[in-house]
Design a protein around this ligand. Structure first.
Ligand SMILES: [Zn+2]
Length: 88
């Protein structure tokens, strides 16, 4: 068994994509580990999404998330992402 004692923050650029059509939605700077529940505006590096009032959608019409005050509350299962996020 391997133990990781390094507690520095993980900080990586991930690509968030539509789960239906695999189009890019965001390039997002993720800090820390775990699930993506919110995407904060200040960390979105590139935005390919379509906004309809408070709704954030993919080009294909798939609803990705809902805008909140400082970011987007992501709809789980509506998106996938690539980039390595360690769960350990
Ligand atoms: Zn899509």
């Amino acid at each position: 068994m391997i133990f990781f004692r390094n507690k520095r923050y993980y900080n990586q650029l991930i690509t968030i994509k539509c789960a239906k059509c695999r189009m890019k939605i965001f390039k997002y700077q993720k800090i820390g580990k775990g699930k993506i529940i919110y995407c904060w505006n200040s960390r979105i590096q590139k935005d390919y999404s379509i906004r309809e009032q408070e709704l954030v959608k993919c080009n294909c019409g798939n609803l990705i998330g809902i805008m909140v005050s400082k970011g987007i509350r992501m709809k789980q299962k509506a998106f996938i992402y690539s980039g390595t996020i360690s769960n350990k």
